[in-house]
Design a protein around this ligand. Sequence first.
Ligand SMILES: Nc1nc2c(c(=O)[nH]1)N[C@@H](CN(C=O)c1ccc(C(=O)N[C@@H](CCC(=O)O)C(=O)O)cc1)CN2
Ligand SMILES: NCC(=O)N[C@@H]1O[C@H](COP(=O)([O-])[O-])[C@@H](O)[C@H]1O
Length: 195
Amino acid sequence: MKAKLAVFASGNGTNFQAIDDAIVRGEIDASIELLVCDQPGAAVIERAKRAGVETLVLARRDFPTKKAFEEEIVHACQAHHVGYIFLAGYMRILGKAMLEAYPHRIVNIHPSLLPSFTGLDAIGQAFRKGVKITGITIHYVDEGMDTGPIIAQAAVPIKDDDTLEVLEARIHETEHALYPKTVAAILSRSSEVYQ
Ligand SMILES: Nc1nc2c(c(=O)[nH]1)N[C@@H](CN(C=O)c1ccc(C(=O)N[C@@H](CCC(=O)O)C(=O)O)cc1)CN2
Ligand SMILES: NCC(=O)N[C@@H]1O[C@H](COP(=O)([O-])[O-])[C@@H](O)[C@H]1O
């Protein structure tokens, strides 16, 4: 049974694109049923439309509470029979409504070797700290900030003559290789569990 996914994103959407491209190449046995975006006008929305993926675009400010905002998203995911949610540059902290609706079924990609450099601007944090090796982490999402169980990591070197832009490009290239492979691995394990 082909897994039904939702991807949540707030920005450019290159990780959404990498996952969808892998699905099209037959490397992930799944379909992206919904792209959820909290930033009207974000480039990821156009990427999803070009890919034929349904979008749900909603602004937090249009809802009275975080709970109401998340309940709208949960209802849409359930209506699309979504079984797994993959965050791909989604810049909102998930609350109880999301986490309780999809326990151990929400995954995030973070551009550092957690637990180092949590939160926003992780690449800039590592660059300014002067570490020689940084990387990416794919982890389950829990109620903490970047504290969920780690699924996969990949190291990325910082070279002496790197600019921040060069490092960001190297990080994103590594993300676009690892995330699709990890999505496929998670779904294959999940199907093994439920077979
Ligand atoms: N419950 C969790 N939610 C999210 C996690 C997580 O581990 N647990 N990971 C994040 C992704 N992320 C870093 O990896 C991250 C996203 C957002 C923020 C943040 O401070 N957002 C602020 C501002 C949002 C805005 O103004 O647009 C906020 O939400 O208040 C930090 C780190 C995804 N969610
Ligand atoms: N704290 C979460 C975080 O920083 N996530 C990061 O946002 C970027 C989204 O890029 P994209 O929109 O091109 O996929 C990615 O580098 C991802 O690791």
